[in-house]
Design a protein around this ligand. Sequence first.
Ligand code: ZN
Length: 305
Amino acid sequence: MARVYGAIEGGGTKFVCAVATGPHDILARIRLDTRTPDVTIPDAIGFIREASRGHNLVAIGVACFGPIELDQAAPDYGSVTTTVKRGWAHTPVVGPLREAFGVPVGFDTDVNGAALGEVRWGAAYGCDPAVYVTVGTGIGGGVIVNGAPLHGLMHPEIGHLPIPRIAWPDGRMDDYAGACSYHGGGCFEGLASGPAVGARAGRPAEEIPDDDLIWELEAGYLAVGLASIVLALSPRRIVVGGGVLHRGNVLNRTRERLRDVLAGYVGRPEVTLPNDAYVVAPRFGQDAGLVGAIALAEAAVGSGR
Ligand code: ZN
């Protein structure tokens, strides 16, 4: 019997589940709409049970939307905690999986999982520390240090880093009110997420032409956010995912403006010279979260978790 992993990318709108032997050998996968936990979690369990039949299921990995409890000494370890997602606040996720399968369950944020997958097999292979940032309807970030996702008080919340406002290319200060329900325009997500881009333009970000000046403003904000990450965590590589990066010249301009923001202070060629190998796109693209769940499963084998 082949050793297989169960993998769950648990998102606020979809749960992608798979059974795989590794990132390049996904035996079966399914996309479930995220409904209430009493529906979605049993559906995920049922899929993994069916798809792993005839194989040796050795561990499960869950890369989950948050916030989540990662302190294994906490009574609610393995739960989604204070989310605004209806029905999901204080929902155990690890418990039901352990009960159903009796195998170790690796559990982390979706972005910590994606970061681990990109370090293990992808665009940040061999880089440590490494950071994964995704820019979409929100901004999230995962951090790998010493080969494992960074945990502390809770987990990194890179999307809510306070960052300063910047000016449009014509010198006018950006006065957008901000898209974060906690911090308004006072944080990275509030100023640079997809909805923040769309709100300034008065139409969804996907409908804004590539030559619109908003993309230059966006690259400026991404550079400010990434500069904070470089200064605080000293990553050897930053993987940036999400549709925004592929618009216009955003990725290249972000790299250039990151050099400007750091202003030579970090005296390393990765950030002082033109470099397209320091801030990079994810290898696994849309599958970064699912591959992250596979990586979390792999890391959980033999952990006793
Ligand atoms: Zn915020």
